[in-house]
Design a protein around this ligand. Structure first.
Ligand code: HEC
Length: 154
């Protein structure tokens, strides 16, 4: 009885080697590199699809109703939803310095949002996100492209 079980197993092993592993070519799928955050040069950027995930991950903890920046600094931007981000950023005056516009459509160079995420020494206050490492170049580019493409509510 024991021998028979061993025999069955060894024949199974032979069959497995011959038909399964030995004779078929295994197709290894090509490694998929994850798409970069930035849609890429010349590609349209969407506030809700491309920019908002960056705000949600890196900014909304402080910039939302009841967040630290609102409570302690009177900052009005709310970055926890794309609707609120649009209405509190685009063509809005900076709370910290009223000579700056937060997002000036098609003009990232004059948009305080862009200046505060892209420079260690912005014209007003600190680099954002405050108290954590800067956004990646690709994330910064995504936000810049969104502004320079007209800062649409898209
Ligand atoms: C840890 C809390 C914190 C995080 C995270 C944070 N901020 Fe801020 N933010 C502040 C504070 C506090 C100020 C006011 C002081 C300053 O600017 O240094 C501010 C100011 C700003 C202002 C100027 C608003 C105005 O009306 O003048 C902008 C724009 C801004 N933040 C954008 C961002 C963006 C974009 C992110 C994410 C990439 C971010 N912040 C992440 C706390 C934070």
């Amino acid at each position: 009885m024991r021998m028979r079980i061993i025999k069955v197993f060894s024949w199974a092993a032979v069959a497995w080697v011959a038909f399964g592993c030995g004779m078929t070519t295994v197709q290894v799928p090509p490694v998929q590199t994850p798409p970069p955050m930035n849609p890429g040069p010349g590609q349209p950027v969407s506030l809700s699809q491309d920019v908002q995930p960056i705000f949600t991950a890196h900014c909304a903890s402080c910039h939302r109703d009841g967040g630290g920046a609102a409570v302690f600094f009177g900052i009005k931007i709310r970055l926890d939803s794309s609707d609120d981000a649009f209405s509190t950023l685009v063509n809005q005056t900076s709370v910290q310095n009223s000579s700056f516009t937060l997002v000036k459509p098609s003009d990232s160079a004059n948009s305080l949002l862009y200046l505060k995420i892209s420079s260690n020494n912005p014209p007003v206050g600190s680099r954002m996100p405050l108290l954590s490492s800067p956004l990646s170049d690709s994330q910064i580019q995504t936000i810049k492209d969104w502004i320079d493409q007209g800062a649409a509510d898209n």
